[in-house]
Design a protein around this ligand. Sequence first.
Ligand SMILES: N[C@@H](CCC[C@H](N)C(=O)O)C(=O)O
Length: 290
Amino acid sequence: MSASKTFGLPFLKGHGTQNDFVIIPDGDGRLDLGPAEVAALCDRRAGIGGDGLIRVVRAAADPAAVGLADRAEWFMDYRNSDGSIAEMCGNGIRVFARYLIEAGLAKPGLIPVATRAGVLDVRVAEDTADGPGLITVDMGRVRLPGSEGVEVTVGDLVWPALNVNMGNPHAVAFVDDLAQAGDLYTAPGVTDGVYPEGVNVEFVVERGPQHVAMRVHERGSGETRSCGTGACAVAVAAARRHHLDPSVTGQAVTYTVDLPGGTLLITEHPDARIEMAGPAEIVATGTLHI
Ligand SMILES: N[C@@H](CCC[C@H](N)C(=O)O)C(=O)O
């Protein structure tokens, strides 16, 4: 950003299990942020820095939320750090809810949030003496579009992967050691033609009963320290691997998913609904000089 100032744009910075975001309040939908502007704001050296950007806008004020405004007042306009648009962000939606509360735009309890993957119900627990309340999101129903022949590749290593859709696309591979994913500076290889819109790739290891750990390479952002939708996809894949698929057993199953930036609890219900619980924090506010 240039040091010469024409106007100041308020922003905030927040994270959920260290998946960090630039937050731009734009209630009335006045801003037109293109991919280049988003990438500049997310740049960790020349900008504010973040894995992604969240524009907070009233659903009624954004054409992308057409048809959702009767069920949700607020729309999460989520972009990856390269400026590309994503349908959903699991850590982002918790941070979004935390922002609404801290800004006095919503109260703890149930907050429906419009996203490009539909309206999702977010429940924010009251703060306690130990800190901010946990945030639980009804992530909607998981879809398994078919995984035949889907493989993930890093160098000479190849793993079969489960194709999981959480509103956005994921390829989940169980590995022997998370170090096998390498430095993840470049995107892992994924079978041609399966994900024409790109994919988030998760590498998973077992930690114990209903407990796994993962790393992720996110579409549009590279390796991040956490991915909420990715953790959901991983829990779904783990339940199949462990013969605990709730649509078969009739029992909900909860997985503890460790990520480099923290831990998320993911529950899958027999009707394929997924719930994600985890923390979210706002860590800074400022003014951007454009
Ligand atoms: N970090 C997010 C996912 C963000 C979107 C993703 N990179 C995509 O392009 O689908 C999460 O917490 O879910």
